[in-house]
Design a protein around this ligand. Structure first.
Ligand code: COA
Length: 208
C-alpha cells in the first residue's frame, strides 16, 4: 500500500489544470512498454480527453495535492469492461499506487454490473520473450512460456498477474512486426473481502 494517505477523484475532460499536470509523466510512463503509442504531449492530451469523456470511469490518484496515477475503463462487451490505460508517474512506481487505482476502477465496473475486466499490454521494447517472435507458429505455447527478459526491469504483465489477472491471449503483430498485445482478464464476480473501495464505499455512504 502507498506509504502516505491518498485519495482518488474523477477526471473530467473539462478539468484543464489537472489534465495539464498529467501530461508530462503520462508520456514517460507510456513509453516504458509502448514507445509509439503516446510519444508527445499532444498525443497524451488527446488520449486523456478521450478516456475521460467516454462512457465508463476515469480516475486520478492524488498523493497529497499531486496527481500520481490515472486510469480509465469502459464497457467493451455485455458483461465485460476494458481497463485502459493505467499510468503511474515513473518516480512513484513500486509504491502500490497502480494496485490501489486498479482496485478502485474494478469496484466501479463491478458496481455497474461487469463480471470481467479486460486488459491489454503491449511489448514494444523487447521486455518479454514474446517480442520479435513468430507467434503464429504456436501462440498459446509461446504465451504459456512467457517470461521477462530482465527481472529487474520486469514488464507490466507481471503487475497485472500480481493483482489477480490471468493471461488469456496474445495478438501477434498487434502494434507492428514482432510487437504483440498481451491480453489478461480478471473476474469481478466477487468483491474483495476486508475493505470497501471506490464505488462500494460510495454506495455504503449513500445508504447512510
Ligand atoms: C505497470 C504500472 C501501472 C504498475 O504500477 P505501480 O504503482 O508501479 O505498481 P504497484 O506498486 O502497485 O505494484 C503491484 C505489484 O506489481 C508488481 N509490479 C509492478 N510493476 C511491475 C513490473 N514492471 N514488472 C514486474 N512486476 C511489477 C510489484 O512488484 C507489486 O508486486 P507485489 O504484489 O508482489 O508486491 C506502472 O509501472 C506503470 O505505469 N508502468 C508504465 C505504464 C504501463 O505499463 N501501464 C500498464 C499498461 S497495460
Amino acid at each position: 500500500m502507498p506509504e502516505r494517505p491518498t485519495r482518488i477523484i474523477d477526471l473530467s475532460p473539462d478539468d484543464d489544470a489537472l489534465i495539464q499536470a498529467l501530461l508530462p509523466w503520462s508520456v514517460q510512463a507510456a513509453c516504458i512498454n509502448a514507445p509509439h503509442w503516446m510519444p508527445t504531449l499532444a498525443h497524451a492530451r488527446i488520449e486523456i480527453q478521450r478516456a475521460s469523456g467516454e462512457q465508463g470511469v476515469c480516475r486520478v490518484l492524488m498523493d497529497a495535492r499531486q496527481p500520481c496515477a490515472w486510469a480509465a475503463a469502459a464497457p467493451c462487451a455485455d458483461s465485460a469492461w476494458e481497463l485502459h490505460p493505467l499510468l503511474v508517474d515513473p518516480p512513484r512506481h513500486g509504491h502500490g499506487y497502480g494496485r490501489q487505482l486498479a482496485a478502485d476502477i474494478e469496484a466501479h465496473a463491478r458496481a455497474a454490473g461487469a463480471l470481467t475486466m479486460d486488459v491489454s499490454t503491449s511489448d514494444g521494447t523487447g521486455a518479454t520473450t514474446l517480442h520479435g517472435a513468430d507467434l503464429f507458429a504456436d501462440p498459446l505455447g509461446a504465451l504459456a512460456r512467457i517470461d521477462v527478459i530482465d527481472p529487474v526491469v520486469g514488464h507490466a504483465y507481471r503487475f497485472w498477474q500480481s493483482i489477480g489477472y490471468a493471461l488469456v491471449g496474445v495478438l501477434p503483430d498487434a502494434e507492428g512486426v514482432g510487437v504483440p498485445s498481451i491480453r489478461l482478464a480478471k473476474s469481478l464476480r466477487q468483491a474483495p473481502t476486508g475493505h470497501a473501495t471506490g464505488a462500494a464505499s460510495q454506495r455504503e455512504r449513500a445508504a447512510g
